[in-house]
Structure formats: structure tokens, C-alpha cells
Design a protein around this ligand. Structure first.
Ligand code: AMP
Length: 216
């Protein structure tokens, strides 16, 4: 299973990404984690990107693309599946990652879009700030990250919708409900993925199904 995760900050993409990767036994490639690891180790790359991370701005596309290319090559050697969390963040990244994946014969089967509203996201991110002390979880930076998400990241969702590989999930529900919906949808798709050509795939919208999976 090859999955891209597109979500605003605070929607739970790290948690859900790890869970999906664990469920399908594939690597979880989280660009934010990879970058924060470089910052923590004070590598050359880490020092170059630290200010961008602190300010909640996007790191240069090429830096992230080079990092992710290496991870996708590793994933290919390990068995070809992956959960890519945090990339693409804009249209040029969406195009580049598609080209890289095509050369590796590893284009995404599914793009998972976590949907949540801004007030809830700000509330969650500020609560997380109190626990994790991430440098980019102050209110000002959180609002900048959300603005960037709306301006340049969210528009790529429509592109994946047109390509017919989008699954949208309501991320305002409790974490375990969100996970259950995601895994149910992905498990239902799993046997079909190898049978249906990319061109014939249709997108799925689960955002209205909250009640069917229990009360919020
Ligand atoms: P995340 O953990 O996904 O919320 O990412 C944290 C920060 O890492 C972002 O605010 C950006 O500064 C940087 N970052 C992560 N992924 C990307 C990406 N694909 N392109 C550019 N910057 C990124």
C-alpha cells in the first residue's frame, strides 16, 4: 500500500501516519520528523532549515525532495509500500514527487486527506505546545502554518481528486474513530488496488460518515 497523507497542522497526521504504517508494515516517511531530526543533530541541513521550521514556513522544495527521494528508494528496497506524511505541501512538490515515484514505479495508490476546521486545529496545537514544546507551536506560528496550508497545500487536494485516488476523512472525531474509518477504507481498497488501473480509480468521501462509526 502506497499512501500520501495531506492534512493541516494539528489534524493528527503524525499519529494516523504511524498507525497506518504499522498496520500495513510499511515505512512511515514523515518529512517534519526527518527535518526536526536534522535540527536536533545540528547537521548542515538542520542548521540551514532551522529558521524556516521555527517560523512555520516551508523549507525549500529541493531540500525536502532530495530527502524524500532517498527514503522512497529505501522503501522500494524494503518492499515498495510507504506512508508519506508531510509531502507534498504545494503543487510543485506534488508534481516532483509524482515524477520521482514514477521513475521508481511507486506512485501513490491513495491520497488520504484529513479534514478539520481551523479553530479546533489551533486549540489542539496550542494544547500540544504545552506538552511537547515544539518551537513552531506558538499561536503566531500556528496561524502562519494554517495560512500556508490553505494557500498552497490544500489546493493540491483537488488535483488528487481529479486523479481519482482521494480518500477524505473527518479528523474532528476522536482519534480512534478517525483511525477506524481510515483503516476500514484502506482495507476495503487493498484487494482492488492491484486490479484497478490508476486511470480508473474513483475518489471516496468519508467526511459525512461520522455517525455511522459511533457518536463524536
Ligand atoms: P510537520 O511536522 O509536517 O507539521 O512539518 C513541520 C515543518 O517542517 C513545517 O512547518 C515546515 O517548516 C517543514 N516541512 C515539513 N514538510 C515539508 C515539506 N514537504 N516542504 C517544505 N517544508 C516542510
Amino acid at each position: 500500500m502506497r499512501i500520501l497523507l495531506v492534512a493541516p497542522p494539528g489534524a493528527g497526521k503524525g499519529t494516523q501516519g504511524a498507525l497506518i504504517a504499522n498496520h500495513f508494515h510499511v515505512p512511515h516517511i514523515a518529512t517534519g520528523d526527518l527535518l526536526r531530526d536534522h535540527v536536533a543533530r545540528r547537521t548542515e541541513l538542520g542548521l540551514a532549515v532551522q529558521e524556516c521550521l521555527d517560523r512555520g514556513e516551508l523549507v525549500h522544495d529541493e531540500i525536502v525532495l532530495d530527502m524524500v527521494r532517498v527514503e522512497l528508494e529505501k522503501a522500494k528496497n524494503q518492499g515498495r509500500g510507504y506512508v508519506l506524511d508531510g509531502m507534498p505541501r504545494n503543487m510543485p512538490q506534488a508534481r516532483s514527487i509524482y515524477q520521482v515515484a514514477r521513475t521508481l514505479d511507486m506512485t501513490a495508490d491513495v491520497v488520504l486527506h484529513l479534514v478539520a476546521d481551523d479553530d479546533e486545529l489551533v486549540r489542539r496545537l496550542l494544547a500540544r505546545a504545552a506538552l511537547e514544546h515544539r518551537s513552531d507551536d506558538t499561536e503566531e506560528v500556528v496561524r502562519r502554518r494554517l495560512a500556508i496550508y490553505h494557500d498552497v497545500t490544500h489546493p493540491i487536494v483537488a488535483w488528487y481528486d481529479q486523479r481519482g485516488i482521494l480518500v477524505a476523512v473527518d479528523a474532528m472525531q476522536p482519534v480512534d474513530h478517525v483511525s477506524r474509518q481510515i483503516l476500514t477504507a484502506l482495507e476495503a481498497m487493498r484487494p482492488l488496488i492491484s486490479l484497478v488501473p490508476e486511470s480508473a480509480r474513483t475518489s471516496i468521501d468519508l467526511t459525512g460518515l461520522g455517525e455511522a462509526f459511533g457518536e463524536r
